[in-house]
Design a binder for this molecule. Structure first.
Ligand SMILES: [Zn+2]
Length: 153
């Protein structure tokens, strides 16, 4: 395949190899090779796919993957390992005047197995989004995979 068939971004892990989307998080998708000079060995490039082009079950959400936690009005987006993000969420919510039912709902969600549930939600929807009512205002809680530059993976 001539190198011109691919964009610079596709060959440098900043664009999806299938659709050229620049929206990550990207998943490693093997390699492509391009012809170098006639007679020379082909060049081999690591390539990536964007979430919609990544086969189900191959989304990157390993144990060491950081998630970005955001609690609207309370916590600016911060990248943390998932267990710490869940602990931080509970630490932030617990002192709030949320009422017994809301706190119980979050306590229930954050019980054992929460990490697996969050990973499953992120794998399926690309993010986890929750909400709670505080003083009559709805606040959002978001957990998304932290963007890690592809070159460092
Ligand atoms: Zn794509």
């Amino acid at each position: 395949m001539p190198a011109g068939e691919y964009s610079y971004g596709q060959l440098h892990e900043t664009e999806c190899i299938a659709c050229r989307s620049a929206d990550g998080p990207f998943t490693s998708a093997g390699h492509v090779s391009t012809e170098a000079d006639p007679g020379a060995d082909p060049l081999v490039w690591a390539v990536v796919t964007c979430p919609p082009c990544t086969p189900e079950g191959e989304h990157p959400m390993s144990d060491d993957r950081l998630v970005t936690l955001e609690i609207e009005g309370l916590v600016e987006p911060v990248a943390l390992p998932l267990p710490e993000a869940l602990a931080r969420l509970w630490d932030e919510l617990r002192p709030l005047p949320l009422g017994r039912l809301q706190l119980e709902a979050y306590r229930h969600f954050l019980r054992a197995g929460a990490e697996e549930r969050v990973r499953a939600a992120i794998a399926q929807d690309g993010m986890l989004q929750l909400s709670f009512a505080l003083n009559g205002e709805i606040r959002l809680v978001r957990a998304t995979p932290a963007l890690v530059p592809a070159a460092t993976r």
